[in-house]
Design a protein around this ligand. Structure first.
Ligand code: ATP
Ligand code: MG
Length: 444
């Protein structure tokens, strides 16, 4: 909606939102985490506006348990920091506050205003249509338009427990529809990661992507090439760790997005005549989903090993054909495919190391007999064994190895103690770990 202002300039009219009072929706305070409530109330008591927004509101309305809670306020980041001792300001592109309660983090952001060109202070910065920095502050009726999907733009007001809906988000939720706010092409140009988010939410929440939101994706997919590798890795983890990895993968392939995440794998999927790479990945993702849905843990390292298994093997086979021993060939191939992959997605080293371990253990798992014990004791043995199971499920002829290692684990439930007593295995003296910090450094 637009109208001419006093100077004859066309300005956007701020539409009135639909207010859904407490007795007409299912968000009660009992389903909001205590920590999110604490944050909302402290902001409110300090006379700021405070709303729950995003996934928290959306998921509760859908009858699901939210993964986390996001809060939005008119308090500026520095003012938020003054209110909370346990608060850290993060992000340059998008500055926001993390309020920490033990392991739980509540993300608190400040209302953003649109900025169509770069402002003089550089707080809002746009390059080739892409939002590089988004730190120009505004009010709720500015903020709502910069959000991605209508279902993510619902505000739960701690003042009177109502929901504020400017964009027909509740209607879309009821219709099971995922729809971008504004002009889809422009929204993808501003931030191409929204294409991945569309696939993620549609798969995870079982929603249909609105035709207008879906239509431009294939055309704009190549814009993902401009996304910093660290951000892409974050997005990939979310894509494949939501319990619907298999469907997400199919959808990413369908929209031609997958090749911007795993180019080496995508190339093989397209050029390989036999169906093995596809079958293998399907099994790996199905397995990931099963584990997540049973509440077991999943690590991105395992997923990485699965995604790059075929590319790694192709390179390793070339080295073997040139006469290199298998273990060396695999290690060299691992270096090659990982260094190519991190140009697209920068992963912490502990994940790339896990992939390397899983692959080299596949070679060691071939050697049965006397040295089994050392392999059983390897800290990544279990992951490597699970990987071997996947290979068998996908049709590789490794069933005899699976039987062998299954039996070995049954034979040796107390492997360490038995073997040490018999003098078979001499443990090395244990060194104290140098640092307890996790290896978060990106691989390079
Ligand atoms: P999840 O369940 O994955 O946390 P979410 O919708 O809460 O889903 P977040 O990444 O936590 O996603 O972001 C919180 C909110 O911030 C979103 O709901 C959306 O309103 C807004 N948002 C996040 N990323 C973008 C983006 N790239 N473009 C526009 N709005 C975004
Ligand atoms: Mg969230």
């Amino acid at each position: 909606m637009t109208q001419a202002d006093q100077n004859g300039k066309i300005v956007r009219l701020k539409p009135e939102p639909r207010i859904i009072p407490r007795d007409q929706h299912n968000i009660s305070r009992s389903v909001i985490s205590d920590n999110a409530l604490k944050v909302l109330y402290r902001l409110k008591n300090a006379e700021y506006k405070a709303y729950l927004v995003g996934g928290g509101v959306r998921d509760i309305l859908l009858g699901r348990e939210p993964k986390d809670f996001d809060v939005v306020t008119n308090a500026k980041p520095e003012q938020i920091r003054e209110l909370f001792r346990n608060c850290r300001l993060i992000g340059r592109r998008f500055r926001l506050a993390h309020v920490r309660f033990g392991d739980d983090v509540i993300e608190v952001s400040t209302f953003r205003a649109p900025h169509h060109v770069s402002d003089s202070k550089g707080e809002g910065h746009i390059e080739d249509g892409r939002i590089i920095r988004d730190n120009v502050y505004g009010d709720i009726d500015d903020d709502v338009w910069r959000r991605d999907f209508t279902i993510n733009a619902l505000f739960y007001n701690i003042e009177d427990f109502s929901i504020i809906d400017y964009v027909d988000g509740v209607k879309d939720l009821e219709a099971g529809q995922l729809r971008l706010i504004g002009d889809p092409a422009q929204r993808y140009i501003e931030d191409p990661v929204r294409m991945l988010r569309a696939v993620r939410f549609a798969s995870k929440l079982g929603l249909r992507i609105h035709p207008g939101t879906e239509e431009p994706i294939s055309e704009y997919a190549p814009l993902l090439k401009n996304i910093p590798p660290a951000r892409l890795f974050e997005e990939i983890s979310k894509l494949f760790m939501a319990g619907t990895a298999l469907q997400t993968f199919e959808s990413l392939r369908h929209f031609d997005l997958f090749k911007y995440l795993f180019p080496q794998t995508d190339y093989l999927l397209d050029t390989n005549e036999d169906n093995y790479p596809h079958t293998f990945i399907m099994h790996a993702l199905k397995n990931t989903d099963q584990r997540l849905n049973e509440g077991s843990s999943v690590t991105p390292g395992f997923l990485l090993a699965a995604m790059l298994w075929e590319p790694m093997r192709v390179v390793a086979d070339e080295h073997i054909a040139h006469g290199l021993p298998e273990m060396e060939a695999v290690q060299l191939a691992a270096d090659t495919v990982i260094s190519r992959q991190i140009l697209t997605t920068a992963m912490p080293r502990r994940f790339t190391q896990m992939a390397r371990d899983i692959w080299s253990l596949q070679v060691r798992l071939k050697r049965t007999g006397k040295r089994s014990f050392r392999v059983l004791m390897h800290p990544k043995f279990r992951a490597a064994y699970d990987f071997l199971l996947l290979r068998a499920q996908a049709g590789e002829s490794v069933a005899n190895l699976v039987d062998y290692w299954t039996q070995e684990q049954l034979n040796e439930p107390l492997a360490g103690k038995n073997k040490i007593k018999s003098g078979y295995y001499k443990p090395r003296p244990r060194r104290r770990p140098r640092s307890r910090k996790r290896n978060n450094k990106p691989d390079s």
